[in-house]
Design a binder for this molecule. Structure first.
Ligand SMILES: [Fe+2]
Length: 222
């Protein structure tokens, strides 16, 4: 199974595994597939559990909006990298279905698709700024692997090329070419390469508010 996961990730940037051991807990599955990236080991993130529960929520009325749900509520979540404002975002995201939906999708598009449209130079020249003023490149290299970051909520484009990328990601061509993954049945699992793709969530209608997903970050597969 691990070799298949690795090859699908290398080819598409994500892998969907239907009804993967539905009676096992997500922590067990995450440890079986790879090594859990412990967000809680970073200063300021000690309260984040290794396995996070994701449920649709209404938009927050508070002035402090630190999560996608706080800002977008039940509407579409725009395409993004998880923890894009970190110097090095976690490599993989594992999402696992506890209570599924036929109508809510996880949208994914690959970095390669974006690069084919705008050219690698545009990406390499692009910089963004975090909310606390830290300037970061969109493209980064870590251990010989090139990754990208994107987030239209927590990162601000800082030069013409990053604005070009911003406009592309919001365009219809990206909407039309995004892959839609549906976590329908208990145990349905998708692993996303958080460096090679960006992802989002479709809107959630009233009837789908019971959707329940667990998330773990992984640093390695296998
Ligand atoms: Fe996300």
């Amino acid at each position: 199974m691990i070799e298949n996961i690795k090859s699908e990730l290398a080819r598409y940037g994500y892998v969907f595994i239907p009804e993967l051991k539905p009676n096992c807990c997500t922590e067990f599955i995450a440890n079986e597939i790879g090594s859990i990236f412990k967000v809680s080991s970073f200063v300021g993130y000690e309260h984040i559990p290794d396995i996070q529960v994701l449920t649709p929520r209404e938009e927050s009325k508070s002035n402090i909006k630190n999560k996608y749900s706080d800002n977008f509520g039940l509407n579409d979540f725009p395409l993004h990298t998880d923890l894009a404002h970190w110097l090095c975002p976690p490599r993989y995201i594992l999402l696992r279905c506890l209570n599924g939906s036929d109508l809510v999708s996880t949208k994914i598009i690959s970095y390669d698709f974006l690069v084919n449209l705008l050219g690698v130079k545009t990406f390499k020249k692009s910089v963004v700024k975090t909310r606390n003023g830290c300037v970061l490149p969109i493209v980064f290299d870590k251990a010989g692997i090139t990754g990208m970051r994107w987030d239209s909520l927590f990162l601000i484009p800082m030069n013409p090329s990053s604005n070009e990328i911003s406009n592309l990601i919001k365009s219809e061509i990206i909407e039309k070419n995004s892959h839609h993954i549906f976590l329908r049945n208990k145990g349905d699992t998708v692993i996303i390469d958080n460096w090679m793709t960006i992802h989002g969530r479709s809107s959630v209608m009233e009837s789908e508010k019971g959707r329940l997903i667990e998330r773990a970050y992984l640093s390695t597969i296998g």
